[in-house]
Design a protein around this ligand. Sequence first.
Ligand SMILES: Cc1cc2nc3c(=O)[nH]c(=O)nc-3n(C[C@H](O)[C@H](O)[C@H](O)COP(=O)(O)OP(=O)(O)OC[C@H]3O[C@@H](n4cnc5c(N)ncnc54)[C@H](O)[C@@H]3O)c2cc1C
Length: 522
Amino acid sequence: MIGGGVTGAGVARDLALRGLSVLLLEQHDWGGGTSGGSSWMIHGGPRYLEFDWETTRLSCQDAGHIVTIARHLVHRVVFLIPVLPDDKNGIERLETAMEVYDRFQPLKHAFPHVRLTAAEARAVEPGLSPDLVAAVSMEEWGVDPHRLVWANVLDAVEHGARALNHARVTSLLRDGNEVIGVRYARDGARVEARARVVVNAAGPWSPRVAAMAGQEIALRPAKGIHVVYDRRLSNFAVSAESIDGRDLLLVPHGGQTVLGTTDDDYFGDLDDVEVLADEVDYLVAGMARAFPAIEHLRPVRATTGVRPTLHGWRVTEDRLSRRYQVFDHPHAPGLLTITGGKLSMYRLMAEEAADAACRRLGVEARCRTAELPLPGADGEAPSAAELAREHRVPALAAARALKRHGTRASSVLAGPGHGRLACRCEHLAETELAHVARSEQVRTLADAFRRVGLAAGPCAGAACIDRAAQVMGRELGWSASQQRDAAREYLLGAWLGRAPLLERRGWAQEELAYAGRRGYSA
Ligand SMILES: Cc1cc2nc3c(=O)[nH]c(=O)nc-3n(C[C@H](O)[C@H](O)[C@H](O)COP(=O)(O)OP(=O)(O)OC[C@H]3O[C@@H](n4cnc5c(N)ncnc54)[C@H](O)[C@@H]3O)c2cc1C
């Protein structure tokens, strides 16, 4: 298996549950590609109803399975969709669309829409524009994709798979045209692994992997960015129209808010996707029409991702189908590719790819991923208050650990360092950080940011990164200088990631923080 995004992790889990021997390789970190750069939504996509009804149906249907097997990882997200003067949809048209979408909502265990007057909408969401005409509600699900990917990887491993992050496939092993394995690089070593089937689940990189066997896959990759704020800005999520008529989303997730997204053809380097200040301005200006305060709030970072959209001519990026495809590669037996699709139907994509792999291998075991819970979603979890008392951590730290580990949270919070916080902004317990370094393949501080939200809050690591490097270093055997290097590397990476968001005052603040740190570490 090549690619540790949600699709590859899903296929690895599926095949491992069917009893196959699986090796999953990820070049960076689990979920660090498109999956982590998504809008963090398990949604049906009411937008697609206009031009691709089947995608909405499949997304809703698979979302229903995903929220059941990953119940500790998901949360309900209630959107308000405001109608403003001159919007492309008036309230009657919008409500009609929502009536159609309501028919799909039961598939994903969500509730139907509610229509609100302007006064009602502003009473529950005072940040909405005073120009508001009316609004409707719409319910979707939110998820931390890094945790969803990891839960799939973990379950695959617990069912016998081997899974390695920071392991890049550099070429395919071939016998004539037949693909018989992979060559990968990890920790400076070059390793060969043979396989009867190689599944390419490398997302937007999948054409590059297919090309290693002389195969062509036509994608039309589309870049999207998000702007992230370090607190909840609104009571509800808000979906609003941008200057070009596209729908933008402002979504609270845990203690943060994500504003997105753009959708632009991308022809650049997939390993170096930049956020442009222009893109940030486009998002902020678009949302400000519905939610004016956004213009005065300071974001903490931006994220990027490149959609592995199947190729289509002539249509605009927004109108491209979100369908997926399993490519059989008849001229390169031994290779399969699964690409396209969405996070909200990753399980179904994985099932079809695993079915195809099993057909090749003559295996008849059936898919069980729709019914078996992911690790942490089985049985009854303790309450956050009980967990907080037991492990002497603040209730918020316990609640966050429950969200990430479900029924396994208590064993995660046990151990030396009991009761101390590694990251005060995000309420991350030291024991949880030590656990993920020990047991969740967290090898760098950036991996810990993805796996447990280390340094995701307002200080962006300024207050916690040195101590976090010590806690992780203890588990991973880092020397004192390796700990310092790890902290420096993390702060530099995070700082560069913030650059497109900084206006004059932001730059001055960054310079001050940087100078302060240099003085401190000199
Ligand atoms: C801005 C944006 C917002 C989105 N929002 C949503 C949303 O809210 N809901 C939704 O359902 N969908 C959303 N999507 C779509 C969704 O994120 C993707 O369809 C999905 O995450 C793709 O997952 P994947 O595993 O196929 O690809 P990826 O997550 O990119 O995984 C592929 C992996 O392969 C690895 N890889 C590549 N080459 C190699 C190699 N040679 N060796 C080893 N590993 C390799 C990469 O590092 C990467 O981690 C969004 C997409 C974008 C860009």
